[in-house]
Design a protein around this ligand. Structure first.
Ligand code: CMC
Length: 428
């Protein structure tokens, strides 16, 4: 007999089915709860709420496991290319060589952005945060491709939008940086692969080629893979919920970029470096900052520590920590912030406050140090996260749209004033 859950309300028993995933995760299916009982559930921050069934990413926070479409993240980070992983996430299986060639060439064809978009950049102040620019630019793409406005127009139209997004986001991201420097934009080079092309658009100048170091390309490839999907996190849930209103994919991804920006989510990689710089400039007394993080009257938190789902270790952080050591050694960079990061990690991991709350370094703790080593400016770190997360957002949106999921619309328990009559202003 299949497992069920029983809820007793006012002496009456209600039974609900239990759903089991392929990795034996279990959920109580309360789809009929309100209809049958008149009650809803409250779960602030959705800590216990499964918003969907999904076949894209599996993660086990207790065991520190992360799989994309069944493949362990360690194997993908070691052996695959980012474009291969993007294909895997979006279309469900690893590509054959012919499929990969076709996918790569289709993306390459769309790397240019409409020349009119260059004028948008000019209107932004030089100090504009690149995440604000990127989010607006991605939404603006919908105005150039009106056929994308109906996300269900045709499978071909949907796929074209997907390819355009994958192709144009690196161009727009690199141009956001060039614009902040008031440097001329560099056009994409279609003979380069995805990562090399991005570094070229970031760092080449019309006067000077940028010699892209293969060590840098490898590290970037790995970082993008590690960020490519992470099931129903804040930005991905945003993408699924915005997309569920049948908004177009450009607007939907733009919303995901905005959600990612916050320092408790993707913005943490920028916040980590700013925190390490602050500790460094303050004399490097790590213990003092650990004490501050533990003080409930102090709003300071150790950025890059803790995770909603990982309560043992973040497997991405383990891979990144090693990659960080490799990159710094190969590029012969001696970064004082790395020494502070390592000391901070050691002190925090031995501290009862962090141990008892299962607070471990997350993916963002070391990624910023690699980005620094690659020459990426701090304000661009969250943009790099968005570049990596794009295939995951697209895959999750595609699954939601093709699965015919209903519009996302949570309920609430109202706690405001009960009915009262309007009082004229002169009588209040
Ligand atoms: N430093 C100090 N204390 C912390 C930290 C931290 N980084 N993170 C959590 N805590 C404490 C928190 O004060 C609370 O203590 P208490 O039980 O005494 O009230 C306890 O640990 C549980 O924290 P929470 O805020 O209830 O946990 P959450 O699951 O709601 O939040 C989090 C998860 C990632 C938002 C949080 O750990 C945090 O703010 N970390 C720093 C920001 C960060 O690195 N974010 C990147 C996440 S990984 C990238 C991504 O996928 O987005």
């Amino acid at each position: 007999m299949s497992e069920t859950a029983k809820i007793e309300l006012n002496g009456k028993m209600y039974e609900f089915p239990v759903v089991e995933g392929t990795e034996n995760e279990k959920a109580i299916d309360i789809t009929k709860l309100r209809q049958e009982t008149g009650y809803i559930t409250i779960d602030s921050g959705y800590k216990n709420t499964g918003a969907t069934l999904s076949a894209i990413t599996f993660l086990d926070g207790e065991e520190g496991i992360l799989h994309y479409r069944g493949y362990p993240i360690e194997q993908l980070a070691e052996k695959a290319s980012f474009i291969e992983v993007a294909y895997l996430l979006i279309y469900g299986s690893l590509p054959t060589q012919a499929q990969l060639d076709d996918f790569t060439s289709n993306i390459t064809k769309h790397t240019l952005v409409h020349e009119d978009m260059k004028q948008f950049f000019e209107a932004y102040p030089a100090k504009a945060h690149p995440m604000g620019v990127l989010s607006s630019m991605i939404c603006s793409l919908s105005t150039f491709y009106p056929e994308s406005l109906d996300p269900n127009r045709s499978p071909e139209a949907k796929n074209l939008t997907i390819l355009r997004l994958l192709a144009k986001l690196p161009t727009l991201a690199a141009w956001a940086y060039k614009n902040s420097m008031r440097h001329p934009f560099m056009y994409p080079k279609n003979g380069y692969d995805y990562c090399k092309n991005f570094m070229h658009m970031m760092f080449a100048m019309p006067t000077e080629d940028y010699d892209v170091d293969p060590v840098v390309v490898d590290a970037l490839n790995k970082l993008l893979i590690l960020h490519a999907d992470h099931e129903q996190n804040c930005s991905t849930s945003t993408v699924r919920i915005v997309g569920s209103s049948q908004a177009n994919l450009y607007a939907t991804i733009s919303a995901g970029i905005s959600a990612l920006w916050g320092p408790l989510h993707g913005g943490a990689n920028q916040a980590v470096i700013e925190m390490l710089e602050k500790i460094h400039n303050d004399g490097g007394d790590v213990d003092k900052w650990v004490l501050k993080a533990k003080d409930k009257d102090d709003s300071f938190r150790l950025m890059g520590f803790g995770h909603r789902v990982y309560k043992n270790f973040d497997p991405r952080a383990t891979i990144i920590k090693k990659a960080c050591d490799d990159v710094l050694e190969k590029l012969q960079i001696n970064d004082p912030l790395l020494a502070i990061a390592k000391k901070l990690e050691k002190v925090a991991l031995e501290d009862e406050y962090f141990k008892s709350r299962s607070l471990y370094p997350n993916v963002d703790f070391y990624s910023g140090i690699i980005y620094r080593a690659l020459g990426i400016p701090t304000e661009m770190f969250t943009v790099m996260f968005a570049l990596g997360r794009l295939p995951g957002w697209i895959a999750q949106w595609k699954e939601m749209i093709e699965g015919g999921e209903p519009i996302g619309r949570p309920r609430q328990i109202y706690t405001g004033a009960t009915t009262r009559d309007y009082v004229e202003i002169n009588k209040r």
